[in-house]
Design a binder for this molecule. Structure first.
Ligand SMILES: O=c1[nH]c(=O)c2ncn([C@@H]3O[C@H](COP(=O)(O)OP(=O)(O)OP(=O)(O)O)[C@@H](O)[C@H]3O)c2[nH]1
Ligand SMILES: [Mg+2]
Length: 217
């Protein structure tokens, strides 16, 4: 990829588009997403892993457009829920899921069991309860239809789920994702700060390294 080039990201998530536009913008690359292309096929995200779904989204859209495409499949794994909602994070609260409904369902699911667990006794200064350990996972896949090859990367960030939302940045579960080492929720970080520590930022750093290696032969 060269300065001034465009990179296609196979996503319909405005929060992801914002984060990718920020990251690639710093490299002089412009991001376009599925919002910019009408008539693209729908991709059924039926994989059992983030990586599988990311590969499927990238390949379906890359084959349709006849050019390389990047896809992101990501989600939240909550320890007290045995890793749920995981690959179902976007649809956790069922048909017509929204970030608000997903967050409400998460707090409800955790609050019920929280009293029984020692790791759920901690509270923040404002009285918010820390309900469970959790992590965000992000799998990235870049597919090039000309070579038939994938370049892939995965990133993680650990935190804890709180029972009262904080901050207005980011998207999804960010207001409930407490970062003990920063003393803030993910939604209280700027895009720049989130990029530096997030699952998506980490995966992207790794992917860029692999793309450079690939293009250097
Ligand atoms: O608080 C969050 N901060 C993040 O940084 C983050 N990254 C992922 N998620 C959650 O996981 C789902 C992804 O599911 P997902 O990868 O299928 O994406 P999506 O369906 O929203 O869009 P698309 O890219 O598939 O079009 C999202 O909807 C969110 O609920 C996040 N939540
Ligand atoms: Mg999706």
């Amino acid at each position: 990829m060269r300065q001034g080039d465009t990179i296609v990201v196979a996503t319909k998530n405005a929060g992801k588009v914002r984060e990718f536009a920020h990251a690639f913008g710093k490299l002089g690359l412009q991001v376009v997403s599925m919002f910019d292309y009408p008539n693209l096929p729908d991709v059924e995200e039926d994989g059992l892993t983030f990586a599988e779904n990311a590969r499927k989204k990238a390949k379906t859209i890359a084959d349709a457009l006849g050019q390389p495409v990047l896809a992101d499949d990501s989600g939240l794994e909550v320890a007290a829920l045995d890793g749920a909602p995981g690959v179902y994070s976007a649809r956790y609260s069922g048909a017509g899921a929204t970030d608000e409904r997903n967050n409400a369902k998460l707090v409800e699911a955790l609050s019920a069991a929280a009293d029984k667990r020692p790791d759920a006794k901690d509270t923040l200064a404002d009285g918010a309860r820390l309900l469970s350990d959790a992590r965000f996972v992000c799998a990235l896949a870049l597919y090039d239809p000309a070579s038939g090859k994938y370049t892939e990367a995965e990133g993680y960030v650990a935190g804890r789920i709180i029972d009262k939302p904080r901050g207005s940045g980011g998207f999804g579960y960010d207001p409930l994702f407490w970062l003990p080492q920063y003393g803030r929720a993910m939604a209280e970080l700027t895009t720049e700060e989130k990029q530096a520590i997030s699952h998506r930022g980490g995966a992207l750093q790794q992917l860029l390294g692999r793309m450079e290696l690939a293009s250097n032969g």
